[in-house]
Design a protein around this ligand. Structure first.
Ligand code: PA5
Length: 466
């Protein structure tokens, strides 16, 4: 039986935090049936093929296609320029950081550097073009819809750059596209230009797509062990389908956050990562939690304005920036620590200046001990202050456990969606911004949005004159 990520929620309990500050046995018992129903409802959606992410670890074809392609390149590229945004960028970036280390503390030997351009700040693409060697750069363009303005603009610029430097034929060989297999302009362009093409299953949405070629392709190109990643995800998937709170950490943590938010006013969840390796993963989670649960209406179209705001913090760095607020500020937060039980490296603190109070006790210990002590101290201080906190313990921060955590978090978001009774898999707010941007820039077919913009401008102008 492989070791699993552990979920310790002792410090969410009223028994330790004090009455009114945490979860009681009675209310958890009372919600048991609701949790069981949430599992049934969600697994029903999976059975009907509406939601595809739980099945991804058991599909071998995408992994094989990615591996075959990466092998065929035979280490030809020094850089992988990833063009994508949101769910099309955060996953690959998290995997790269988890496997190759945070910037600038990277592993010595990496097959290629991942350069993620997930914004249209002109500086980013300008610098990327300036610094990358077009002969040694593979462009990977990722968009599920095949039409997001940011990604398509970046693609036009990068492809033009490749063509100018290398000629059309070679440029086309240096682009791989990841998109919906049935529709979208990127699909049409990729077919026309004969780009290497990878599919995102239609029933897997952007923020749930990291275990499709969206994450697998860039990850494999930069040396991430995608087999271990997928194995980790597959190994925890079974537990994540169980209806009992005690055996399903995704379900238990979803229920805990749901109650903390809706009953105790913990409208903010701080992900406190005591690991630089997992730091980018926390940003991936932030999108997953925010976009999945932040909804105006529930499934019966009643206005609910749901969602808990995810905030990301880095331990111990943010102990000197954020912890004061978390301990003594408004009681609107719950803290979720992420901690590695074994670090990849042990660093000893030399025994120097033993006569001094501030150095004497440190000499001979390890940075690992200091790191752990700092986390324990923060946990204790929060608990004493009646601030609910829980910990996900990673036996190691490697591909296997990152795969486990990604699967756990996706199930968690799905179950939380069922508890709030909202659709965790759409994103009408994101779509609205996309459509308004298309309208502003004159894309055909967005006349209703253009009228809306004109009305808004008129109203704003009239108010400015007053
Ligand atoms: O989770 C989502 O669906 C979104 O965040 C998308 O990933 C993001 O908007 C990018 O969309 P696309 O992949 O279609 O370019």
């Amino acid at each position: 039986m492989p070791q699993m990520i552990e979920y310790d929620w002792t410090n969410l309990r009223a028994d330790i935090l004090g009455p009114g500050h945490g979860l009681t046995r009675a209310e958890l018992e009372a919600r048991r049936e609701q949790a069981r129903v949430a599992v049934g409802k969600f697994l029903g959606r999976v059975e009907r093929g509406e939601v595809g992410f739980p099945r991804l670890p058991f599909q071998t074809e995408p992994v094989e296609q990615v591996e075959q392609y990466v092998r065929s390149l035979r280490g030809r590229y020094k850089s992988v320029l990833l063009l994508g945004i949101g769910g099309s960028a955060l996953g690959p970036y998290a995997l790269d950081v988890a496997a190759n280390g945070p910037h600038p503390f990277r592993k010595k030997k990496i097959p290629a550097e991942l350069v993620v351009v997930d914004n249209v700040d002109p500086l980013l693409l300008h610098r990327a073009m300036e610094r990358l060697d077009p002969r040694k750069t593979l462009v990977v363009v990722v968009t599920k819809s095949g039409s997001t303005a940011e990604t398509m603009a970046q693609f036009l610029i990068a492809y033009h750059w490749l063509r100018k430097k290398l000629g059309s034929k070679r440029a086309a060989r240096q682009v791989a596209a990841v998109t919906d297999p049935n529709k979208g302009d990127l699909l049409a362009i990729a077919r026309r230009e004969k780009f290497e093409l990878f599919a995102i299953p239609p029933n897997v949405g952007g923020r749930f797509s990291v275990l499709t070629p969206v994450g697998l392709l860039p990850a494999a190109l930069v040396g991430v062990n995608i087999r271990r990643l997928v194995q980790g995800a597959g190994d925890i998937a079974e537990a994540c389908r169980l209806p009992e709170l005690e055996s399903n950490p995704a379900l238990a943590s979803a229920l805990h956050q749901y109650i903390l938010d809706t009953r105790y006013g913990k409208t903010i969840q701080v992900i406190y990562s005591y690991s630089n390796t997992l730091w980018a993963l926390a940003f991936w989670y932030r999108q997953l939690w925010a976009e999945s649960l932040g909804k105006r209406v529930d499934r019966s179209k009643r206005e609910v304005l749901s969602g808990q705001t995810p905030v990301v913090a880095l331990g111990v760095t943010d102990q000197h920036s954020q912890s004061q607020l978390y301990m003594e500020g408004p009681r609107d937060k719950t803290v979720t620590f992420w901690e590695e039980t074994t670090n990849a490296h042990t660093v000893r603190i030399p025994k120097l200046f033993g006569k001094y109070d501030s150095t004497g006790y440190l000499g001979g210990k390890t940075l690992n001990e200091l790191f752990r002590a700092e986390k324990s101290a923060t946990e204790l201080a929060l608990t004493e202050a009646g601030r609910p906190n829980s910990t996900f313990l990673f036996p190691r921060a490697d591909e296997y456990y990152v795969g486990q955590m990604m699967m756990l978090c996706m199930f968690q978001a799905a179950y939380a969606g069922e508890l709030y009774d909202i659709n965790a898999f759409d994103q009408p707010g994101v779509q609205l911004s996309k459509d308004l941007t298309y309208a502003l820039l004159g894309r055909a077919g967005f006349d209703a949005e253009r009228s809306r913009i004109a009305a808004y401008r008129k109203q704003k102008e009239s108010l400015e004159k007053k």
